[in-house]
Design a protein around this ligand. Structure first.
Ligand code: ARG
Length: 439
């Protein structure tokens, strides 16, 4: 029986050198290359195919775009970003890993391999999925301690088909949700990137455009009144918002292993959908829901970044998000302007908003509440702060007196006696407040 190993294959330098290494160093007879489509540009597939042909390798191409797009839209409901980055690479990894595992099992492989280094996040995200199987998990680049220079020399010696690719020596990862660029001069955080690193976004200019996005239960379903399926919606918005320079992030990112790295990202559709969704939540959620949801959202983003989208915590977070987003239905108007996707209008049948109540032109609030009812609230508002400030001031003064008296230093400041100058005396809070101000 031949020993087969499934390899996450992109046709790039790392995964290309893995092909002979899996045979020579790990003793496998056959490499089953798998490329998973999560919305990479077409030339990446051509490149992968050409490299595979030159290596005499068959590649399995698995289309996971829809599955990935649906996870990306879950991320929209969770307002998910990690240190400013909408998680394109991170969320794609579990989807890719599962697709490769399925092929590995179908093909009766005994091993499964990736070309990630030992410094990044992707090794962890892939292996979190793969280590649930009985397959031997192999990471040649990490295990053999390979550098890019070594890989280039090795490829040249073996006449392996590697080309620079469109991005030269940058390390680029592109999918439906984001494009990331690392490496070369960008590794120096003070280096200001040139326009040439951007492919999805034009430099923001003076032009503006307004669009509408319709949401149903927190999911975007239509653009300018036209219903679009998730993949199409994301692709259309990447083009449109990208032409206005929307969705650039230059981040100092804290990786899971603790390394801090400089990352540049482009994500026009993600920025537009995240901003629009947040704008609609602002209209329909209560203050309490909004404030608690930021905690849930942060946790979702953290798990998303770690590539752990299938655990019980994520399920519970999703349940909270689904419950609150049941009412996140409506239409948001977004203006592309100055490189931003700015929410400029929103409407929903579930708006927690009463124009009549908030208006400057109506006397009463609603439900029998009159403006004058706020007087009592206004009297109490800030009461504890005033009380605390007064107490502190009085304690300081009495300490000063003790010190000039030459008396022994006291550990505990004296509390002011409950008397006329005490904020607790008297019934008229307003008057007492005036007295303090006069002091
Ligand atoms: N730092 C990001 C992440 O871990 C993206 C890394 C993308 N890789 C690349 N070679 N540019 O999710």
């Amino acid at each position: 029986m031949t020993d087969k190993v499934a390899l996450a294959f992109s046709g790039g330098l790392d995964t290309t050198v893995c092909v002979p290494l899996l045979k020579e160093e790990y003793g496998y007879d056959e490499v089953v290359a798998v490329t998973v489509d999560v919305g990479q540009p077409a030339d990446e597939f051509t490149e992968a195919q050409e490299t595979a042909d030159a290596l005499g390798l068959d590649i399995h191409v698995v289309d996971a775009k829809e599955e990935f797009a649906s996870l990306a839209l879950d991320a929209v409901r969770a307002n998910a970003t990690y240190q400013g980055y909408p998680l394109g690479t991170a969320l794609a990894r579990p989807v890719i890993a599962s697709a490769i595992l399925s092929i590995a099992e179908e093909e009766s492989c005994t091993g499964i391999a990736h070309g990630c280094t030992g410094k990044g996040n992707d090794q962890l995200r892939f292996e979190a999925v793969w280590r649930d199987s009985d397959l031997e998990v192999i990471a040649p680049v990490r295990e053999l301690g390979l550098t890019r220079e070594w890989e280039k020399e090795y490829a040249a010696e073996r006449d392996l088909p590697v080309e620079g690719g469109s991005g030269g020596d940058y390390s680029i990862d592109t999918n439906l949700w984001s494009r990331s660029v690392e490496g070369k001069e960008l590794e120096e955080p003070s280096h200001v990137p040139g326009e040439e690193i951007y492919e999805w976004t034009d430099a923001p200019g003076g032009e503006t455009e307004e669009i509408t996005i319709e949401f149903e239960q927190g999911y975007p379903v239509a653009l300018n009144g036209e219903a679009l399926a998730p993949v199409e919606l994301i692709e259309t918005l990447n083009d449109l918002a990208g032409s206005y320079g929307v969705g650039r992030t230059d981040a100092m990112e804290d990786r899971m292993l603790g390394l801090k790295v400089r990352e540049n990202y482009e994500h026009p559709a993600a920025t537009t959908l995240l901003d629009a969704h947040a704008g609609l939540e602002d209209l329909v959620l209560t203050k309490e829901e909004r404030s608690f949801k930021t905690t849930v959202d942060d946790e979702w983003a953290e798990k998303g970044y770690q590539g752990l989208v299938d655990g019980p915590l994520m399920g519970a977070l999703d349940a909270f998000i689904a419950e609150t987003n049941e009412r996140v239905t409506g239409t948001v108007t977004v203006r592309f302007e100055g490189g931003q996707a700015r929410v400029v209008g929103r409407e929903s049948p579930y708006a927690v908003y009463s124009a009549e109540a908030a208006s400057f032109n109506t006397e009463d609030v609603s439900g029998g509440i009159e403006q004058a009812d706020a007087t009592g609230v206004a009297k109490y508002h800030g009461f504890q702060e005033r009380l605390a400030n007064h107490t502190i001031e009085a304690a300081k003064q009495s300490e000063g007196v003790t010190a000039t008296d030459g008396g022994a230093a006291e550990d505990t400041p004296k509390r002011p006696a409950l008397g006329e100058e005490s904020p607790l005396s008297g019934t008229d809070v307003d008057e007492t407040a005036d007295e303090w101000e006069e002091q």
